[in-house]
Design a binder for this molecule. Sequence first.
Ligand code: PMP
Length: 385
Amino acid sequence: MTARGIYLDWNATAPLRPTALAAMTSALQEVGNASSVHAFGRRARAWIDQARDEVAALVGGRSALLTFTSGGTEANNLALNSRGTRPLVISAIEHESVLKPARLAGAQVARVGRSGEIDVAHLGYLIDKASESAGRPAFISVMLANNETGVIQPVAEIAHMAKAKGALVHCDATQAVGRVPVDINALGVDYLTISAHKLGGPQGAGALVLAGDLPVEPLVMGGGQERNRRGGTENVAAIAGFGAAAKEAAQLGDVGRIAAMRDALEDRLTQFGLPMTIFGRAAKRLPNTTCFASGTKTAETLVMALDLSGIAISAGSACSSGKVRPSHVISAMGFDAATAGSAIRVSWGWQNEASDIDTFVAAWGRVQRAGLAQRDDAETRISAA
Ligand code: PMP
């Protein structure tokens, strides 16, 4: 709870960690272009080098193989742009920053099951089909944790299968990093996307990490920054904040407490006697995320009503510039449009307390009861007419 209300939309963006703010404030107070050879430039370079080590360490990667970008979106675009002439295969629940470039590239799209997990057999089938028709191995892009449902995908299994077919594998780990352990080598993927603002760093910073000597086809060309993988004078303060947040996020903090809040929230929601659907409940999920629908109200109404009570949550993906439309993720899981259109996502983190969940449940209950009362009124009017 803050003076502005209760923030339960951490998958949209997480609060800046105080250590990140401190690093950014210090970096902003200095002058120096990291490409300059003088002492001022070397100090800017030192901020970047330190952050590169901290962010790489967070995912078990090598500093020299990490490219800073303007965020997860750019890192995803950069990974897909590096596929060369390989045919692309993705899953139906990827973030728009993978879906959009993939659609342009004519990608094959693998199904997901009702549990929210990618259908590995279907993905394998599409990899074979795409490789055969293109006459060369494929490039795969799959996310580690879904931003809407929190469902953790079987990425290690997918990477193992895809690499046996000669494919290169990219993983968008944006929502997973800092919430569950993520290690690029344990996952067995070639390219890994991270975004700073989901783990307590600033918005507008991200990274693409490579597992080895792999191709990178730059999207932003200019000076030779980032080993020629991404041109442009670096955003030193944002990168410094990213590094500080990554260092702290590596501790993973109170994951047990955060997961207990999810379990308590879901148990209480099911006690309202409404027909609740909790998406991906049977699958492995992020500890801080729950996505559900009761079908009684549209997600848009719920988001607005809860906002009036000072509670921030989100309808489907918050990344679509304020547009509320049925979630492609929930639809891909095989739910009808009414269910998809009423799905809301609640996500939280280290700043929240168990009492925030109590407040949310009480407010949600009030909104639901108001809806039922309105419906009763309408039914009375209809029967009276
Ligand atoms: N991938 C996923 C799964 C995300 O949730 C997001 C952000 N919503 C992104 C990529 C994009 O990251 P950024 O906001 O840093 O561009």
